[in-house]
Design a protein around this ligand. Structure first.
Ligand code: SF4
Ligand code: SF4
Length: 387
């Protein structure tokens, strides 16, 4: 008879407990959570098996587990656990530990995992944009708060788009995409042995499954309707944030595209700053309002969570906090500009650039990176027939 050797890793158990899975030892494996989970498949369901692997220290089983990425962290299972073991938090903590492994350099993941890392995370872009401000002020005859020739406040006087904002954000964005691409490849490599066990035959090519995931799950947020006691709150908050990002991405693409294309085809040029009634500006403000609404709704929901059933990690608060900082600094810099308050306008705009950089540069280590990894995992499971 073949022998199966289990390799418990007690250090891993301690790390998992410290990362948010502190209740895992309470589990007595009754499987109520797997029955309570509305989206877990009937075949080999979660999260009971993950609770067992975690408490036995089976690191390799847990880190290569596809089902970690299928959990939507709704907390249904935790509400019904008779032992108060919070399996939803365990699934989240295990995912956070896998992120750290997937995304390099690992030191950024370490900074991102606790409030202690925040000063470093903030200092990097704060110094970068301050140096740019200082250099540009030098070109403006030492003026840190210059006005345009017609007296208006134009942020481009200091933070010049062509040589600072556009190249810095392009490099940051594509750098984050590359890190995520490497992470997704690593994730698929980790799934491979599991995938082979799941195989019922590859069906369609991966891009067709990606299309299905985008249409059936991301655009409609269908799974959010299926799990959690506060289904509608959570779904509406997430959708408001998601669609506001889509709107703001479209606006950014139009403004940046119009700026660069306008150099060759002058009638396509998009001038900034735009009047408030300009259609693209109206669209941007609709996006900003949707973002504020979604953020308010998700922040209230998180504050209302009962810690007995579901706790919030630093990852949860970091993402909400940085999006709040981006949204408020964006709105406030616009308000100060319209009020003609030149010093507050430039200072808040500087902070806005710092926060936007933090959002994009640290994306692969944040919960937004999780969105990419979850999408990749959903494509993978569909390719291999787990549904
Ligand atoms: S986590 Fe709770 S519900 Fe799930 S198996 Fe353990 S004791 Fe049972
Ligand atoms: S948190 Fe929700 S989706 Fe995740 S295992 Fe529990 S019930 Fe299922």
């Amino acid at each position: 008879m073949a022998q199966c050797t289990l390799k418990p890793d007690m250090e891993f158990v301690r790390e998992l407990q410290a990362a948010g899975g502190e209740t895992l030892k309470k589990c007595y494996q009754c499987a109520t959570c797997s029955v309570a989970c509305p989206i877990s498949p009937a075949n080999n369901p979660y999260p009971r098996k993950e609770m067992v692997w975690a408490s036995w220290g089976l690191k390799d089983k847990l880190r290569t587990d596809i089902d970690l990425w299928l959990c939507h962290n709704c907390g249904n299972c935790a509400d019904l656990c008779p032992r108060g073991a919070r399996p939803a938090d365990l699934m989240g903590a295990a995912r956070n530990m896998v992120y750290k492994e997937l995304t390099e350099p690992a030191v950024v993941g370490k900074w991102m995992s606790s409030p202690k890392g925040l000063p470093v995370l903030f200092a990097i872009p704060a110094v970068l944009w301050l140096v740019i401000w200082w250099i540009r002020a030098g070109f403006n005859g030492g003026q840190w708060f210059p006005r345009a020739a017609d007296g208006r406040i134009v942020f481009g006087q200091i933070f010049y788009g062509d040589y600072t904002i556009d190249p810095i954000f392009m490099i940051t964005f594509f750098g984050a995409c590359f890190i995520l691409y490497k992470g997704v490849r690593k994730l698929f490599g980790m799934f491979k042995p599991e995938g082979k066990l799941l195989v019922i035959g590859k069906t369609k090519p991966w891009y067709m499954h990606l299309y299905d995931v985008i249409v059936e799950e991301i655009i409609t947020h269908k799974k959010f309707s299926e799990c959690g006691a506060d289904k509608s709150d959570r779904k509406i908050g997430h959708m408001a944030v998601f669609y506001s990002f889509v709107i703001l991405a479209i606006v950014t693409a139009i403004v940046a595209g119009g700026h660069w294309v306008g150099k060759v085809i002058p009638w396509l040029k998009v001038e900034t700053p735009m009047p408030l009634t300009y259609p693209i500006k109206v669209l941007a403000n609709v996006g900003a309002l949707a973002l504020l609404y979604g953020l308010g709704s998700l922040t209230l929901r998180r504050r209302k969570l009962n810690p007995k059933y579901q706790a919030s990690s630093f990852y949860d608060w970091y993402l909400l906090g940085i999006i709040w900082a981006v949204a408020l600094s964006g709105v406030l810099s616009q308000v100060f500009r319209l009020m003609d308050a030149v010093k507050p306008a430039f200072c808040v705009y500087y902070l806005h650039l710092v926060f936007v950089w933090m959002l994009f540069a640290y994306l692969p280590w944040s919960k937004l990176g999780h969105f990419v990894y979850r999408t990749a995992a959903l494509v993978y499971v569909r390719m291999y027939g787990r549904s």
